[in-house]
Ligand binder design. Sequence first.
Ligand code: BGC
Length: 901
Amino acid sequence: MIIENLRCEYLSNPLGIDVLQPRLSWELREERRGARQTAYAIRVATSRETLLAGKADLWESGKVESEHTFHIPYEGKPLRSMQRAWWSVRVWDEQGQPSEWAEPAWWEMGLLTPDDWKAEWIGAPIVGGRRAGVPCPYLRKEFTIGRSIRQARLYITALGLYDASINGQPVGDAVLAPGWTEYRKRVEYFVYDVTQQLHVGTNAIGVILGDGWFCGHVAWWGRQIYGEAPRLLAQLVILYENGETQYVPTDSTWQFSTGPLLEADLLMGETYNARLEMPGWNCPGFAAEGWKPVQVFAPWPAPLCARIGPPVRRKEELSPIEEPRQVSNWPMPTWIFDLGQNMVGRVRLKVKGDPGTTIRLRYGEMLKPDGSLYTENLRTAKQTDTYVLRGGDEEIYEPLFTFHGFRYVEVTGLTEKPSKDLITGIVLHTDMPLTGTFSCSEPLLNQLQHNIVWGHKGNSVDIPTDCPQRDERLGWTGDAQVFVRTGAFVHDIESFFARWLQTVEDSQNEEGAIPPVCPNPCPAMVGTDGGPAWADAIIICPWTLYLCYGDKRILEGRYASMARFMAYLEKTAINGIRCHPEYSGFRGFGDWLSTNAETPLDLIGTAFYAYDAFLMAEIAKVLGKEEDEKRYRQLYETIRSAFQRRFLTPDGLLVSGTQTACVLALEFDLVPESVRAAVAKALVHDIRARGYHLSTGFVGTPYLLHVLTREGYLDVAYRLLLQRTWPSWLYPVTKGATTVWERWDSWTEEKGFQDPAMNSFNHYAYGAVGAWLYQVVAGIDLDPKSPGYRHIRLAPKPGGGLTHAEASLRTVCGLVRSAWRIEDGRLLWEVEVPTNTTATAILPVQSDADVLEADRPLSESLGVKLREMTSDGVVLHLDSGQYRFLAPWSSTEPTRSPVDK
Ligand code: BGC
């Protein structure tokens, strides 16, 4: 068996871990069907040599009978700050055969105690105002290295953003670091291996500070929300060959100046005057004339923590899809570049011209009918970069401390007609590995999938956000909750969400309420209670991570916070009703952006309250908290009864007949079995009355197609999915959308642009339909009893006239794949079940009689066991391996709507 992809705390060979018992994971690969792990042994040593010599001087787990391959906690000797641990693993297969030891991997501990920090917070005493920005401080320090070194690490963070370089070379490839946390509760630091960047003799370290979220504009709230000016905390730790250590910490000996970066703001953009460049400022020997001593600040009150998960990086480059078009000539020639994709990031400008020429770049997601840039929906976000040429040779400029949401770039200030290679789009997002793929026979659905993926990228710049373009870009809890299941298919979001959920907890108020946005630096602007479907992210997101990645620690870690949130709900509910009309607090955003369908706030509130109680019981069960489990189950029943008393008529009608009301009642199992069919029927009636259009907003949309499928209306689900007229998922696609829009009608043929006060073209919430594409159309799902895809459910449900569909998902156990095709009256279904997992596969045909697997009858096929026949199809149990099923296919789809009959 091949052991690969060794990871510690989500990452391969991570630097700077401050979890005292880091968790170790690996993947197995073996073509033999049914190959599985029956035991493992882990060795951890202080060096690679020691490990290879078979001496596990930190931890020897011994042979552990276990099938588990992920999140195994380290249980060896306590680890010290900055200590590197080398590790390897071997496994025994189902025949008791041991594997080779895996190629060693390592992790390195960060700074575990405050005493490890020798550095002081420093910065420049230049302070702007609530609306006015100031030049970015450049900070530098020279130092001497006396003899040859063994290793060097840079521990660095900022209140604001940092860009560090040593001897003129950039340190690492993270951008917008250290990112955004609830700074008053914790600040994250990064660790870099800079051994190769130092030399014996004089060296220099330089850092540029940007305002970032700390003191730049945040949402519509102005600047300086957390502090007045950016600050830096860093220490270089140099270990000599002879074992001595030298520190180069930030302190009063550093100097600062301002330079070419005259303004840098996440929302507003940057101004860079290349004539003010200071060549060599971050190299030794620079004549730092006019540089002044930095200001030293008192310690920042919040603890320093190691960064969780990968940073934001430059992930892709996009070239304009056509030559730029001139859209006006007055007062200046104005050119529009089209990158062909609504993206998030910035551009690299390649330009040549006279000194002092000023180029202005503005960014927008759409064009107006006259071809000019549409910027109205940006509200107060200027999204404008200004570059002043140095003159002479070709100049290359890429903004440093900003990002924009755009497809089109408007360029002014050029004296000659530009060619399309003037700019290149640089796509930025948190570096989450892409894990899922989906494609099918309907090109519009493939474009929808593309839009979902791009919406996810663009709204994952350090934290999950609502939008990347206007003056908002906030960590809306509702949006994240709505999208999390789909997100967990598209990308590996485990660490991204684990990190953000820490922020959610950090944003919780004393009463236990969870705000609508996290971080929430400005409770006065958005409140402290996010209301139903928003605040509930604190329970729904960790549960989803547990299901998708088997991450139990996320449940343990957040449990106290979830319990406090539940206590808050219990305290504020009136007779079991959340958001009761008599409740004086915030009653929620409702079914945000629904279409002509008002679902009562107390119905949504109570439905989510019940769902929370249900999930809390499940979570308590996983964590072995029996008392809590019992209590939450009772609470769920109490809320369910309250829901029925208030919202359900004896005839099985909901007082609100909206699609969302029906969907929530069915999805969260809030109505008695006896009336389920009636509620489902009412849902379908509403859909049909609207000409097969949905009316759901953010709250109901993610569950809509799942509910229809479960209640026997697969065809209605497909009809909604494939609907091309407004409101529908495909309407924007038919209008050329390359990301998911905020509103079903962000732009329509009849009315043009929606209200610019709230009209993002890159909002991922409605992309939550992705989960249905993967779980139902392609049929890849998990088994909640075996989280992390240890046991997989494969059950595609062909329909909607599709002739093929396929999806793949790189899980923590390896690659799962499901691909079906209907051809010549036969269904061909290929599946891949990763090593060390099993699957329940439901072949969507009505008889097993003529089914073949790899040209053999099922009974002769290795690794396949026939379980039963159900109305969904032939149920099989599969061992790991690759399979190829072939079955006769009749054109009638297996599931038909009771209503349509
Ligand atoms: C955001 C949403 C958010 C909503 C809540 C909007 O401004 O863009 O995505 O969930 O506010 O009201």
